[in-house]
Design a protein around this ligand. Structure first.
Ligand SMILES: [Fe+2]
Length: 119
C-alpha cells in the first residue's frame, strides 16, 4: 500500500483532507489507466482484444468523472471555473482564461489561481 499521496504527516491531517488526497490519487490513477489503454489499443492487432480494452477504457473514464465530481462537490470554486471550460464549443484556452478571470472577479481581485500558476 502506497502512502505517497501525503506530503504532510498523515497523523496531523484531518480526515477530510486524507479523503481528499485519496480521491486525488484515484483521479490520477484513473487518468493513467485511460492513457495506458489508449496506448495498448494503438498497438494491439486483435480486434476482440481492442474491443475489450475500449470498453475498459470507457469504464476508467467513468471512474475519472466520478472522482472529479466528488472533488468538485467539495470545491465549489473549482466547479465554477470548470463550468466555464467543460462541455463548450470553441477555443479551450480562451474559455480557460475567461473562466479564470470570472473566478478572480468573484473573489474580488487577485486570487490563488494566479499564485498557483507561478509555482
Ligand atoms: Fe478505474
Amino acid at each position: 500500500m502506497s502512502f505517497d499521496q501525503y506530503h504532510e504527516p498523515p497523523d496531523e491531517l484531518p480526515q477530510q483532507t486524507r479523503t481528499f488526497a485519496r480521491m486525488i490519487m484515484s483521479l490520477i490513477e484513473e487518468a493513467e489507466a485511460i492513457g495506458w489503454y489508449e496506448q495498448r489499443m494503438a498497438v494491439e492487432k486483435d480486434r476482440e482484444a481492442v474491443a475489450i480494452m475500449h470498453n475498459a477504457q470507457h469504464e476508467e473514464m467513468k471512474h475519472f468523472g466520478m472522482d472529479l465530481e466528488f472533488l468538485l462537490r467539495r470545491k465549489p470554486k473549482w466547479r465554477e471555473t470548470l463550468q466555464g471550460i467543460l462541455f463548450k464549443q470553441g477555443n479551450i484556452v480562451e474559455h480557460g482564461d475567461e473562466a479564470e478571470e470570472a473566478s478572480e472577479k468573484d473573489s474580488g481581485g487577485s486570487s490563488g489561481g494566479k499564485q498557483q500558476k507561478r509555482r
